[in-house]
Design a protein around this ligand. Structure first.
Ligand code: SAM
Length: 231
């Protein structure tokens, strides 16, 4: 897979790039690259944003700047690009990222992630260049970089070779393997701590019973009432 992240702050990804599963994915031939809008702006003095028509607070990422960056990277009209490549604009109001969407994205050969800043993108970026709009939650971050890292993290760890243990990404919360239910609980040593014991079945060495117990726990969690809201 090839992932291109468009951002004003490529340096923000320094820590992320050194995470083990990201290194693992890259060692297996997957690629993660960055394009800085500012490097391709057609405006003077590195300008990338402008005041909103109609007034209001904040600045808006310009459509001509985003177009120039996409053209520089793909040498094609971005309006055409989105027909053949998933060009994902990160927006608080987009489709909520969940495991099903991560599976969908992990199956793509290539992804483009557009990170916004300031008040966000000129609407024409979303209307004409993006194939998808994705949100990592119903709250607002200062910029799309953390959202891009969340998408990359979730997608990359699904790719063959990213995780040391091939099965660790299969049976996880909200995965198909668990019928989209939360994962079952895990325990490790010590088996007894402050009177809190590990469920007997996990110490039994009986794989079929352990498997059944885990599935039952996962289903139980799926039906459990959500945590009450904080006062
Ligand atoms: C300060 S936000 C803009 C928020 C926008 N004015 C609004 O109210 O929806 C700047 C950028 O951060 C990114 N961003 C912020 N929150 C996000 C979220 N929950 N999911 C995905 N991207 C987000 C987007 O790329 C957005 O363009």
């Amino acid at each position: 897979m090839e992932i291109d992240v468009f951002t004003l702050f490529p340096d923000a990804f320094g820590w992320f790039e050194h995470q083990r599963h990201v290194v693992g994915a890259i060692e297996h031939g997957h690629r993660l690259r960055y394009v800085n809008y500012r490097d391709h702006t057609p405006l003077s003095a590195g300008q990338v944003d402008d005041a909103p028509f109609g007034g209001g607070a904040g600045m808006v990422l310009r459509v001509d700047v985003v177009e120039a960056a996409l053209r520089a990277r793909y040498a094609t009209d971005p309006v055409e690009l989105r027909r053949t490549r998933r060009v994902i604009a990160l927006t608080p109001s987009g489709r909520l990222l969940d495991d099903a969407l991560v599976d969908e994205l992990a199956a793509a050969e290539a992804l483009t992630l557009l990170s916004g800043r300031y008040e966000g993108f000129d609407q024409r970026v979303l209307d004409h260049f993006a194939s998808d709009q994705v949100s990592i939650g119903r709250y607002v971050l200062a910029g799309g970089e953390l959202a891009a890292m969340v998408v990359c993290d979730a997608v990359l760890r699904k790719l063959p070779g990213a995780l040391g243990h091939e099965h660790s990404a299969l049976e996880e919360s909200y995965s198909k393997a668990l019928d989209r239910a939360p994962e079952y609980p895990h325990y490790t040593r010590p088996a007894e701590f402050r009177g809190w014991s590990v469920p007997e079945v996990l110490l039994s060495g009986h794989h079929a019973r352990i498997h059944d117990w885990r599935l039952a726990q996962s289903r139980l969690r799926a039906g459990a009432a959500p945590d009450p809201p904080l006062a």
